[in-house]
Design a protein around this ligand. Structure first.
Ligand code: HEM
Length: 184
């Protein structure tokens, strides 16, 4: 929501997609979500910049291996910095810009096969709730955007939105932003 409020162009575009689609149906169902490709791009772009678990869960090395000239010993604890991967300029063009369109005509998803986008981790310890989590986020966001128009409080501009992130196992904003909303 913070990225959408900061990017009114994207907010308008994703709301238009949802409202144009739902106009004919009356309500958002789980089946309708598959007809909302831009909503899915918005969610992937949010997960790229703001991964829910920025360092995943730690791993312990089982057997010695080499990487980039370093020898990693058994029992070493490893952290995969998904936050940094999502902002790597060798992987993403203009990584600091919130641009859902970068996922257009791209096969990258967050289901553990594309190491550029490890929202749910990967491998044997991948999040078992990947499908439930994705469906919940898609469904809740689609409903919030369908039913309400979201605005910053009176007197606050896009530049005032504080995107500072607090340290921790999960990624969350340092300060809770407030938004006003009107029923559509
Ligand atoms: C958007 C929603 C969610 C996100 C982004 C998310 C993300 C993650 C991540 C990044 C991990 C660590 C994976 C790794 O280190 O490779 C994880 C682990 C886990 N998640 Fe989720 N998760 C979500 C929803 C859920 C839901 C809905 C459930 C259960 C109903 C769930 C259950 C678990 C469990 C049990 C683990 C530990 C798996 C293990 O260590 O073997 N998650 N999740």
């Amino acid at each position: 929501m913070a990225e959408l409020v900061r990017n009114p162009r994207v907010m308008k575009k994703v709301q238009s997609e949802i409202r144009n689609h739902v106009k004919h149906k009356g309500s958002i169902t789980f089946d309708s979500i598959d007809q909302l490709p831009y909503l899915k791009m918005v969610i992937k772009e949010t997960w790229r910049l703001h991964p829910v678990a920025p360092l995943l869960l730690p791993r312990e090395v089982i057997s010695e291996f080499q990487i980039n000239g370093y020898t990693i010993q058994p029992k070493t604890h490893l952290h995969v910095n998904v936050w940094a991967i999502g902002r790597d300029p060798d992987t993403w063009k203009d990584p600091e810009i919130f641009l859902p369109e970068r996922f257009m005509d791209s096969n990258i998803d967050a289901k553990g096969q594309n190491f550029e986008l490890l929202t749910f981790g990967s491998g044997r310890r991948i999040c078992p709730g990947v499908y439930m989590g994705t469906s919940m986020v898609e469904f809740c966001l689609a409903n919030m955007l369908y039913h309400f128009d979201w605005k910053l409080p009176e007197g606050m501009s896009v530049e005032d939105v504080d995107m500072e992130e607090a340290p921790g196992l999960t990624d969350h904003e340092e300060w809770t932003s407030s938004c006003s909303y009107e029923v559509f």
